[in-house]
Design a protein around this ligand. Structure first.
Ligand SMILES: NC(=O)c1ccc[n+]([C@@H]2O[C@H](COP(=O)([O-])OP(=O)(O)OC[C@H]3O[C@@H](n4cnc5c(N)ncnc54)[C@H](OP(=O)(O)O)[C@@H]3O)[C@@H](O)[C@H]2O)c1
Length: 300
């Protein structure tokens, strides 16, 4: 590739789909922010399942493509009056639809994707928030979870589930949880879950007014008559009335709400591992091995 070295930077790209070996750190031109865009120096991103799926499956934008949805970083140039160089920001970029990946040393994004980073945690740690947080918030909104609800959250030790447990509790609901393994029971309790199980067959029957499934299992037996069932998983929904899927949407107001909850101490971010970006293959291998309690960060 003919890259002007004076303005080159590194990005994590794939040129074909496959295992972690298709991830490579490539030298690419520094992006130029367009109208209403902001250029950000990336401090950290995080791994989400969509990243390994986009890597492994025949989905996503044309290749080669830069991966990554989450961003925590510092503004270095701006074409939008709402931002100034030095501002610390977070963003969620729907890479699979737009091709705007965040796994690069510098990223140009529309200003409408940005929110101020929380100020009470390290900027890198804020990269754990965007995709998982916005997904959890929007799925609970779709399930209309409010005070008095009795909510079951599956995959409660995971990225989305771990935030959803905290948000549902904050909304005034009683929250129960299903996790994948006995060693994750305590983690779900620490996030605010009351009853926690690790086996689907152990769930009580017809007890919960709302279910949020982040796993792709049929937990509908736990749903009380008339309850709401929302799934974010790829799998088909159970065949029950009113079951719905939630698909995350870019939304800076939701991001800002979540950052404010981090700063008020009402939302705890859990970081499991940190990998320098050039160790992205190892980060993917760790993520896909499962059993991670908290997010895996990529630092730049
Ligand atoms: N629709 C959307 O807009 C949207 C947005 C974001 C994410 N998603 C999807 O939602 C899913 C969850 O995302 P995430 O970021 O939370 O992933 P994650 O961080 O990998 O968490 C998934 C959690 O589910 C647990 N789990 C797996 N099988 C389970 C089972 N049978 N019972 C209970 N828990 C189980 C996993 O445990 P182990 O690690 O032990 O397996 C893990 O703790 C992914 O498929 C992702 O692609 C969809």
């Amino acid at each position: 590739m003919n890259v002007n070295k004076a303005v080159a930077m590194h990005a994590i790209q794939i040129a074909r789909h496959g295992g972690p070996e298709v991830l490579s750190v490539r030298e690419v031109p520094q992006p130029t922010p367009g109208a209403d865009e902001v250029l950000i120096r990336t401090v950290a991103s995080s791994l989400n399942p969509v990243d390994w799926k986009t890597r492994a499956w025949e989905v996503g934008p044309e290749l080669p493509a830069t991966l990554g949805w989450d961003l925590a970083g510092v503004v270095i140039a701006t074409n939008h009056p709402g931002y100034r160089p030095g501002d610390q920001v977070i963003a969620m970029s729907a890479q699979i639809a737009t091709g705007r990946g965040t796994w690069a040393e510098q990223v140009a994004l529309p200003a409408r994707l940005l929110a101020p980073a929380p100020t009470t945690v390290a900027l890198a740690d804020a990269a754990a928030l965007p995709l998982a947080g916005v997904t959890a918030l929007q799925a609970l909104n779709l399930a209309a979870v409010t005070a008095g609800d009795h909510v079951l959250i599956t995959g409660a030790a995971g990225g989305v589930g771990g935030i959803a447990v905290q948000l549902a509790r904050r909304a005034g609901a009683t929250v129960d949880a299903l996790v994948s393994r006995p060693e994750h029971l305590d983690a779900a309790r620490e996030l605010g879950a009351e009853h926690v199980w690790h086996t689907l067959a152990d769930l009580p029957r017809h007890t919960h007014t709302a279910v949020l499934d982040t796993v792709g299992i049929d937990a509908s037996l736990a749903l009380a008559p008339g309850g709401r069932y929302v799934s974010i998983a790829d799998h088909p929904l159970p065949d029950i009335p009113g079951a719905a899927k939630s698909y995350v949407q870019e939304d800076q107001d939701h991001l800002a709400q979540l950052a404010a909850l981090v700063d008020s101490g009402e939302l705890r971010l859990r970081i499991a591992h940190r990998y320098p970006f050039h160790e992205v293959r190892a980060a993917h291998e760790r993520f896909e091995a499962g059993g991670v309690l908290g997010k895996i960060l990529l630092t730049f």
